[in-house]
Each structure stands twice: as C-alpha cells, then as structure tokens.
Design a protein around this ligand. Structure first.
Ligand SMILES: [Mg+2]
Length: 183
C-alpha cells in the first residue's frame, strides 16, 4: 500500500473511531438525561452533565475532519478536469468573458448543438461522435458555471437527488413519466 493510501486508511480509521466515540458519549448522555427527567433522578445533576454534550460535538467535528481527508478518487479526478478547464481558459485570458450569465447561455447553446445530433434521425441513427463532442461541451460549461459560483458539484447533485426522491416517491412514480405535480 502506498504512503498516500496508508494515510487515507489511518484517517478513515480515526474518523470511524471518533464517530463511534461520539455515538457512545451521546447515548450515555441521553441515558443520564432520561434518568433525571423521566425516572426521578436528582435535578441537581443536570448542570454537572451538561458540559459532556460538548464532548459529542468535539468528537463529531474531529471525525468530520478525518473523513474529509479521505477524499474519493473520483472527486479528485473531477478536480483535475476542472483544473484543466481553468488552465485552458486562463491561457487564453477568457475568464473576463466567463461570467455566470454567459456560461449559462453557452451551456444552453451547447445543449442545442447536442440536439442537432438527433435532428431528423432516430435515436439509433444519431451520430455518436457528435453526441460525445457536444455532451463534452455541455459538461465543460456546467463545470465552469459551477466553478464560477464555487459550488461543490457532488453536493449539489446529491442534494437535488434527495429532493427528487421526496418529490417522486417510488410507490407513486415507479414506471410513470408523469410530473410530480400530477402524481
Ligand atoms: Mg459544441
């Protein structure tokens, strides 16, 4: 195992250990509070156990730090793509043109060029090379737009999937092409 992977494994182990400590501390605290508030324990003890909640927060914070060190390879590869796009843009001094509005316009134009690959054709006879090329343009502008705002791509997509899961519950949406307002 390389040094980088060893560090990752250690970080992951720390993160899991800290998350467990947090869970244990949290459960113990919960039990204490339950004893005092519901089972007739001594209310005087409330003040003495309160600071322990801070311990949970500390464990969670440290755990989060170590999890962040274990960045998935895929995310790193995406960072490399964005870095390359920035380099291409900056070598040509194009950032001055890349405001969010124009990036959104460019994205839409590239999306139309993508449609061109399918115009007057069946899905099967569309030019795959053209699809590949225009899709790359669409993705490049999507990444640049996201970068212009400093968005975390993975987070915004996962957040949206979560919202869509709520809008389209499986029991209602499965096999249906209806919009969520019509489900
Ligand atoms: Mg194009």
């Amino acid at each position: 195992m390389g040094r980088a992977n060893l560090k990752k494994a250690a970080d992951f182990e720390h993160a899991v250990h800290l998350a467990r400590s947090s869970q244990v501390t949290f459960k113990a605290q919960l039990q204490e509070w339950k004893n005092i508030l519901i089972r007739g324990g001594d209310p005087e003890q409330l003040d003495s156990i309160a600071p322990a909640w801070g311990g949970c927060a500390t464990f969670i914070g440290a755990s989060y730090y170590h999890f962040q060190q274990v960045k998935p390879e895929q995310a790193k590869e995406m960072d490399q793509v964005i870095q390359r796009l920035r380099q291409f843009r900056d070598d040509r001094d194009w950032q001055q043109f890349h405001n969010p509005k124009d990036l959104a316009v460019a994205l839409s134009i590239e999306a139309s060029e993508l449609l061109e690959a399918f115009l007057w054709k069946t899905p099967e006879t569309a030019d795959t090379e053209k699809v590949k090329e225009e899709l790359a343009d669409v993705l490049a502008y999507a990444l640049l737009l996201s970068d212009a705002y400093g968005f975390d791509i993975k987070k915004i997509v996962l957040d949206k999937i979560e919202r869509n899961e709520e809008k389209y519950p499986i029991n209602k949406a499965k096999g249906s092409a209806k919009k969520y307002t019509e489900l």
